[in-house]
Design a binder for this molecule. Sequence first.
Ligand code: ATP
Length: 233
Amino acid sequence: MTAALMLELRDLSKSFELHHQHGARLNVLRGIDLRLHAGECVVLSGPSGAGKSTLLRVIYANYRPSFGAVHVRHDERWIDLAKATPHEVLEVRRRTLAYVSQFLRVIPRVPALDIVAEPLLQMGVDEPEARRRAGDLLRRLNVPERLWALPPSTFSGGEQQRVNIARGLIARRPILLLDEPTASLDVENRNVVAQLLAEARADGSAVLGIFHDEDMRDRVATRLFPMQALEAA
Ligand SMILES: Nc1ncnc2c1ncn2[C@@H]1O[C@H](COP(=O)(O)OP(=O)(O)OP(=O)(O)O)[C@@H](O)[C@H]1O
């Protein structure tokens, strides 16, 4: 059986208007076509400035593309996020699309355990179960138990990143977008993340990510998607 198509980008382009430079335009993405299937891990590769992070942000609907389509399979129907309403975007993010960036957006005064459990609570999992699963995941990611009741604002970069990964992976989503989620992690914790991604793929998640570390890229990628920097318009 062929794996289900989960995400399809068609002729996608993105340019930014540079307001401080008299409205000059910077072309970052042009004519991107990409198909992502369940169980795949496609890694975006290419030099700094090639538009890798921009592409993930366009897919997550943080940026609207200048041209083209972002088709996402959501509840067995297709939604073009380039044209979706804000309500549809939120629905897709709640159940279909997860985005794990390099940095944890710390919510003041909320303990690490609650930050990780929150996506499960939003899906209707009861609180004791959500907190138990959050603890299990933090333990796997070697976040010491003494930190779980504390807000992560004082955590080290690597500890914050592991809380961020736990929050992003705890509620299994069909499509995972990962922007350098392992940049500040040591080898042992990178291994844990590689294992968690393998489990997500085995469960049918489709993964699209950026990993600058070559070793990590080689371990997790089923395919590379090369990108090149464009000239300014
Ligand atoms: N909001 C924005 N407004 C204007 N220009 C932007 C914006 N976001 C990104 N850019 C520009 O788009 C280009 C691509 O940036 P992007 O961060 O997507 O590259 P990247 O391939 O992820 O790079 P790196 O590997 O260094 O993280 C850069 O020249 C950047 O300055």
